[in-house]
Design a binder for this molecule. Structure first.
Ligand code: ACM
Length: 481
């Protein structure tokens, strides 16, 4: 059906306004609002129409989207926008008869705002571009060795002293509480739940820049020393901002009660401004923390999150702790073929009544290079071209019941990315691969590389219109319009 200045939109949901704005950004055509049926494009919510977050979309002489809920309607609008085409006669919508709903309830992306800081407008842009792919969780990695990025009233030196710089000595920054609330509200308007992460007990060098009494002296492992030398990066020095990106050298003091006062205050203040049910407590790469201390910390920290009324989330290492709080969600970041103790740690979350988010590093990590010569990104987990990002199955990694897999999250670590444009070059198109892995039925005939590569290629004009700085990977037949 044609899209022209006389095309009218009926619907009172926010998704109707979002549709009108997005069509204008793409085509320059401002659709008008219809006051009553019939209209050329009609949007409704009907809870009986499909499963949660689902929608139906019919495009013939008219377009009708029925969402099971507001999120479903929003996703139906995103699909409609993907079906917009231009030819010499103008703009039109491809015909469609779609009934769609997600395979997994958890479809997440993570943005590391600690290694490099991204301001509120950048994060909103990230929310817009990823929610358009039907991601519904935004995990913000708010703290790491290089910086502490969210203001905490009861520990004000965190942002006063430990937010000034980023990796490589680039400028830092932090979110005020109002900034954070603005991000949460923007995410909610795109049906995304924000999961704030405070990474503990390792990845905590920055805490010691503000409050030296909370952390141990840096532990310099051999890999850290060799890698720092290779990269020409400084080694961590207690109490000074850390500008490299080596890992495993920092730990909070496990046997000081003041550490738990700190964790309790931070978790309480975060919980107060986080409407979503989760707080992520970190747990990765605490190589300088003795195992028994790490396990003790994991048990106490997850219990503190539960006391604050939230569900703890932790990187899979915390599954080493026998008594991790019941119901804690584990985030598996090992490989698709698990190594070492990764699988048993992850499985322990399920044994404790929790569930798992799958972030297998060799397929979902958005900060890995596409090719060995790609200018941005790292290679430690794998070199991940679009096809390998796409061709994996989240339930085939760990020996757990399928119901224990909540879904998929694609993390974007920011050691090598200074700007949101650089972030986007790593994220797009591979985030689209994870979006489809998380959304589409495993057995659908379209859930195949040859189908995906053509469909993702058709997103190029949409991404260009939205200013998404995607990487035009050679594997994809990109559409011109
Ligand atoms: C991680 O990549 N350290 C979770």
């Amino acid at each position: 059906m044609p899209i022209t200045a006389t095309t009218r939109v009926l619907g009172t949901s926010p998704a109707a306004a979002q549709l009108i704005d997005a069509v204008e950004r793409r085509t320059g055509i401002r659709l008008t609002r219809a006051e009553a049926a019939p209209a050329e494009i009609e949007l409704f919510v009907d809870p009986e129409s499909s499963a949660a977050e689902g929608y139906t979309l019919e495009i013939g002489d008219r377009a009708v989207i029925v969402g099971a809920d507001e999120a479903g309607l929003f996703y139906g609008v995103q699909t409609l926008l993907q079906l917009l085409r231009q030819d010499d006669s103008g703009w039109w919508l491809l015909g469609a008869d779609i009934a769609d709903s997600p395979r997994f309830p958890r479809r997440g992306v993570m943005l590391d705002v600690a290694r490099h800081f991204f301001g509120v407008d950048d994060v909103k842009r990230f929310i817009d571009s990823t929610s358009a792919l039907k991601f519904n969780h935004l995990h913000l990695h708010l703290t790491d060795d290089q910086g502490w990025r969210v203001h905490i009233d009861s520990w004000p030196l965190l942002t006063e002293r430990a937010a000034v710089t980023s990796a490589d000595g680039d400028p830092g920054g932090f979110y005020t509480k109002d900034d954070y609330r603005e991000i949460v509200a923007h995410a909610a308007s795109r049906h995304m739940i924000v999961i704030p992460e405070i990474d503990l007990p390792g990845h905590t060098h920055a805490i010691g820049v503000a409050y030296p009494e909370l952390v141990e002296a840096p532990v310099l492992n051999d890999i850290l020393v060799a890698e720092s030398e290779r990269l020409g990066q400084p080694l961590p020095v207690a109490g000074e901002t850390y500008l490299g990106w080596g890992v495993g050298h920092s730990s909070v003091r496990i046997h000081e009660e003041r550490t738990y006062d700190f964790v309790r205050d931070v978790v309480r203040e975060l919980a107060e401004m986080t409407p979503g049910p989760y707080i992520h407590i970190g747990g990765d790469e605490s190589l300088g923390t003795p195992q028994a201390d790490f396990d003790l910390f994991a048990e106490r920290a997850t219990a503190i999150v539960v006391e604050a009324g939230k569900i703890p989330v932790a990187w899979h290492e915390m599954g080493s702790a026998a008594n991790i709080a019941e119901g804690t969600v584990g985030q598996y970041w090992g490989k698709t073929t698990p190594e070492g103790t990764h699988a048993e740690e992850a499985i322990h979350f399920v044994e404790r009544g929790g569930a798992l988010i799958m972030s297998a590093a060799n397929v979902t990590y958005l900060d890995m290079k596409y090719t060995a010569d790609f200018p941005l990104g790292l290679t430690w987990a794998a070199i991940i071209d679009v096809r390998s990002a796409y061709e994996w199955e989240p339930t085939a990694v760990l020996d757990v019941p399928e119901a224990a897999i909540l879904g998929v999250e694609a993390p974007m670590w920011s050691e090598t990315t200074r700007t949101i444009d650089e972030v986007e070059q790593l994220v797009f198109p591979r985030a689209a691969a994870q979006a489809e892995v998380a959304w589409s039925p495993r057995e659908a005939p379209e859930r195949a590389w040859d189908s995906f590569r053509v469909r993702v290629g058709s997103l190029a004009p949409l991404w260009k219109a939205e200013g998404v700085d995607f990487h035009p990977a050679q594997e994809i037949p990109w559409s011109a319009r």
